[in-house]
Design a protein around this ligand. Structure first.
Ligand SMILES: [Zn+2]
Length: 398
């Protein structure tokens, strides 16, 4: 166990700076509303005119503030422009001449809440719905992920942390949807991205001042930068959750996560139901003359609920009861068994609420990252590219 005193021995953070004035731009393709089978939508342009093209060429221009409607019928797209005229095509692209141009996308079949996105939208027909892809500069995509993940109320230092985590994840997983024609989806399968709806200035600054920076291990390999909502007071090693360990994902005591919204939880279960559950799981309960045998104090993280000579994995109980975490103890209150829980999520890597608290207490983003990850370096992705450490073709898709 690495104790909280780790802060005193902060590990080396190597920030390799890109020469001043050098600017890299990389567009990334994100499948949006990916969890839904959208078959019709309304496109509304923001402050700029958008050009709409089909595979046949320019279809028309959607003036700022006007809307176009698109619906799939079998293998074709039917498009109604802002004047009410109908068009027909197989692929569509909505593009704007300015990098700060944005549009609003409102699914109509099914009806879903609308979202705002920067940059371009490309639409084609996939298996049984529309494939909608937001093509956007990587850094502006990272701003969208940061605001989706962290919301509106964090310190600037936390937004820097979130931007680096989101960017590291993105570069590491660029091939996840390669066969589908885009890089990442907008759901938790990849990382949550709901466009830009808050427009928080600190989200933008936190992304800009860390532009291009990602986390790597000592061999300059991108980190699997796992994070979760709240550690409950101690994180856990990757090998305890995913079988394969990572030397940078080690357990740390985490007092910063205590007293945060996700630090504690409880679940009450009638004692009879609990005993029947244990029996169904093959735990030998017997006549249970001493009910205190059911109890297990919550101390540090452990793997098993111990009952007499028998045991049951806490992670199995977590899955069966859909608990917030597998960090809990068991106590009796009257005829109820109370699961006395800590934390929210798998507990590996960085605790978001702990990191937010560190930011409130004045820790810099480098100190926060070093607290939760062991022996890491902060490095510009261009250096990884040049060193041959980024294997994915990040510029072009097949
Ligand atoms: Zn995905």
């Amino acid at each position: 166990m690495i104790l909280s005193g780790k802060l005193k021995y902060c590990f080396l953070v190597l920030v390799l700076l890109v020469p001043a004035g050098t600017s890299f731009s990389l567009d990334i393709r994100i499948g949006v509303f990916h969890e839904h089978l959208v078959n019709a939508f309304l496109f509304t342009s923001g402050d700029w005119d958008y050009h709409i093209e089909t595979d046949q060429g320019l279809l028309g221009i959607c003036p700022a503030g006007d809307s176009w409607y698109v619906i799939r019928q079998k293998d074709s797209l039917f498009i109604r422009d802002h004047t009410g005229r109908w068009h027909h095509g197989n692929r569509l692209s909505f593009s704007a001449p300015d990098e700060y141009a944005y549009f609003r996308l409102k699914p109509a079949l099914p009806v879903l809440d609308s979202r705002e996105y920067l940059a371009d939208l490309q639409v084609e027909i996939s298996m049984n719905s529309l494939l909608m892809v937001n093509e956007i500069d990587m850094e502006k995509y990272i701003m969208g992920v940061s605001e989706t993940e962290a919301g509106n109320r964090c310190e600037l230092e936390y937004y820097k942390v979130q931007a680096i985590l989101s960017r590291t994840y993105a570069y590491r997983n660029l091939a996840r949807h390669k066969t589908e024609g885009f890089h990442l989806c907008d759901a938790v399968h990849c990382q949550a991205y709901k466009g830009r709806n808050i427009w928080n200035e600190d989200v933008e600054i936190g992304t800009e001042v860390t532009e291009g920076l990602v986390l790597a291990d000592g061999d300059s390999v991108l980190l699997s930068a796992a994070y979760h909502a709240n550690s409950g007071g101690e994180t856990r090693g990757a090998e305890e959750v995913w079988l394969t360990g990572k030397h940078y994902l080690r357990p740390v005591l985490d007092p910063f996560s205590l007293n945060q919204p996700g630090a504690k939880w409880k679940k009450s279960i009638p004692a009879g139901d609990w005993i029947r559950y244990l029996q169904a799981k093959g735990v030998f309960v017997g006549e249970l003359l001493d009910t205190s045998l059911l109890e297990m104090p919550v101390k540090h993280r452990q793997d098993y609920y111990l009952f007499g000579q028998d045991s049951l994995l806490l992670s199995v109980i977590r899955d069966d009861y859909q608990l917030r975490s597998d960090f809990f103890g068991v106590k009796l209150e009257g005829d109820q068994v109370v699961l006395d829980g800590r934390g929210y999520g798998h507990g590996v890597g960085l605790s978001q609420e702990g990191a937010m608290e560190m930011a409130r207490k004045g820790y810099r983003y480098t100190a926060i990252l070093n607290y939760y990850y062991h022996q890491i370096q902060l490095i510009h992705y261009m250096f990884l590219l040049e060193a041959g450490k980024l294997e994915v073709d990040i510029i072009y898709l097949p």
